[in-house]
Ligand binder design. Sequence first.
Ligand SMILES: [Zn+2]
Length: 72
Amino acid sequence: MKCPFCKEEMKTGTISQDRYALKWVSEDANKGLLNFTPFIKGIKLTSMSNLTVKVFHCEKCRKFIIDEDNLH
Ligand SMILES: [Zn+2]
């Protein structure tokens, strides 16, 4: 994937979960609660059947990008 900021090729890698699924939680929904609890609504990035999520990284811009289509 090309970095949308500098247009250079991004590095591809993975982030893996430990005990709980990685989850993106909206700031609005995350009022003082721990976002690693399994009960908060959010977008699951990993699951028990899919322990890693593909992540693109641009070292130059210091950005990580996750494509929602890569989630299962
Ligand atoms: Zn970049």
